[in-house]
Design a binder for this molecule. Structure first.
Ligand code: SF4
Ligand code: SF4
Length: 184
């Protein structure tokens, strides 16, 4: 489809109706290429648990600390799979990635991004940089499980994830304390 090709070639947000499904491959790209901004609650929780050295401040904003290679301090490579060591306090930016849910169609294509949830209308996009996305007719899983969970997290305070995260979730005992078992 011409629209999809154009959005992908420019790396622009893609409306959810052009997505077949999303499954995290635990490739670790998103945890290496991007900074993770924390809100005040996340900052307080993470700094309290892991110390102030786990965060960094720049231009008045607070971010998760990154290693020299750009990877998040909490990213673990276990048997070739990249896993998050912050499962119980994962920042919202990480929980939502690669989805970008909005209350208005700020990235355009309202007919393709519209999602009716309860009595409200939302507009859901994905960031095409994630290799876990596949394109085509939306799957039932995407429509009925993944997107509602994303909207619950963004707009209704949900913290737990079942469908919108990697199916490989490490046992806390294999990762905590996170800074002692990291391989880089
Ligand atoms: S969300 Fe996407 S980029 Fe991030 S680890 Fe999973 S597949 Fe890779
Ligand atoms: S907190 Fe977890 S999901 Fe977020 S960037 Fe770090 S390792 Fe990745």
């Amino acid at each position: 489809m011409q629209l999809l090709r154009s959005l992908l070639s420019y790396g622009k947000p893609v409306p959810w109706r052009l997505i077949h499904d999303w499954k995290c491959h635990a490739c670790g790209d998103c945890c290496t290429r991007y900074v993770v901004e924390l809100n005040p609650r996340e900052y307080a929780q993470i700094a309290h648990t892991y110390g102030f050295s786990s965060v960094t401040v720049s231009a008045g904003k607070i971010y998760l600390k990154r290693r020299p290679d750009g990877s998040c301090l909490f990213l673990h490579n276990l048997n070739g799979r990249n896993l998050c060591g912050l499962q119980h306090a994962k920042p919202e930016a990480c929980r939502l990635w690669p989805f970008n849910p909005q209350e208005s169609p700020i990235f355009g294509h309202p007919e393709l991004s519209h999602y009716r949830y309860g009595r409200k209308s939302f507009y859901v996009y994905v960031i095409p940089a994630c290799p876990g996305l596949s394109y085509g007719e939306p799957s039932r899983r995407l429509k009925e499980k993944v997107i509602p969970e994303i909207l619950d997290m963004k707009f209704r305070g949900r913290i737990s994830q079942k469908y919108s995260t990697s199916t490989v979730v490490p046992k806390p005992s294999t990762l905590y304390p996170p800074l002692t078992v990291v391989r880089v």
